[in-house]
Design a protein around this ligand. Structure first.
Ligand code: CP
Length: 304
């Protein structure tokens, strides 16, 4: 791999190689290795045009643990505010000799545009573009599921919430489908669901009680208010009643069903606090896996 902008069309063997690499790095860190100097002398730029807690921090930790130098570009204090265009900013930063750009942007397709404009030798990693893709989130979600339910051929997964605006849902579906998961369900209010033609590999539901029945994992999504038209905004109390995950609904899933959420979570809107913090919650495990997954991606792309 040279770049990672989407999981679409990534083969099962490539995905498995990345997950195995993440596990090997996690094992190395668990045995006390704080730093693995695979990327010493390399420079990674975090270029985030949208807010982030988990992705940006874990990419920084991942790069530092591999011995790379990291630059966190601060858009708020940059010359982008003086009218500098994206590609002028890109070429300016590249002139300082970068090896990888980790980019998050509100416009779908920006990472691929950077691939087209970037100097040869620079790897581009998508940290989330519009509603299109969040490939490292898809990989870390898959890693979290594999830890508990490695038998992908017999898995049922439901993704519930604002699927229409979710880049996480898209990357999760691409990852699950590549691994041969036979039962991928999407659930949400009609106004927040994508066209069925976009997801021929999924079953669509508008009744969460039915959608969650017997599943091995439930992935809850945040309402992406920043990507919604005013008319799409649901009433939050009514939304929670219909599409929120509480203990009653969780009991309809298979025993021990994994509770997942990419974060940030909105308690009482898409997930009840006692479920988010409960014994079946894997939400913080997802966060931890994010560091090792991003170490795996950076080392795959950059190690000589
Ligand atoms: N899951 C995720 O992308 O979280 P952040 O927006 O905090 O990076």
């Amino acid at each position: 791999l040279r770049h990672l902008t989407t999981l679409e069309n990534l083969s099962r063997s490539t995905i498995e190689r990345l997950l195995d690499r993440a596990v090997a790095l996690r094992d190395a860190c668990a045995h006390g290795t704080r730093k693995i100097d695979m990327l010493s002398g390399r420079t990674v730029l975090n270029l985030f045009f949208e807010p982030s807690t988990r992705t940006r921090t874990s990419f920084e930790l991942a790069a530092r643990r591999l011995g790379a130098d990291v630059v966190n570009f601060d858009i708020g204090f940059s010359s982008a505010n003086k009218g500098e265009e994206l590609y002028d900013t890109l070429h300016t930063l590249e002139a300082m000799h970068l090896d990888a750009i980790v980019v998050r942007h509100k416009e779908s397709g920006t990472p691929d545009e950077l691939v087209r404009h970037a100097m040869s030798g620079v790897s581009v990693i998508n940290a989330g573009d519009g509603n299109r893709a969040h490939p490292t989130q898809g990989l870390l979600d898959l890693l979290t599921i594999r830890q508990h339910r490695p038998d992908f051929e017999n898995l049922s997964v439901v993704i519930c919430g604002d699927v229409k605006h979710s880049r996480v849902a898209r990357s999760d579906v691409h990852a699950l489908a590549a691994m041969g998961v036979p039962d991928i369900r999407l659930c949400g209010p009609a106004a927040l669901m994508p066209e069925t033609a976009e997801f021929p590999q999924c079953r669509f539901f508008d009744d969460f009680d039915r959608a969650i029945e017997g599943v091995d994992a439930v992935i809850m999504l945040r309402l992406q208010k920043e990507r919604m038209a005013q008319t799409e905004l649901p009433d939050e109390a009514a939304y929670f009643r219909q599409f929120g995950l509480d203990t009653r609904r969780l009991a309809l899933a298979r025993k021990g069903c994994l509770v997942m959420h990419p974060g940030p979570i909105n308690r009482g809107i898409e997930i009840a606090p006692d479920v988010a913090d409960g014994a079946q919650s894997r939400i913080l495990e997802q966060v931890g896996n994010g560091v090792f997954t991003r170490m795996a991606v950076l080392s795959e792309l950059l190690a000589r």
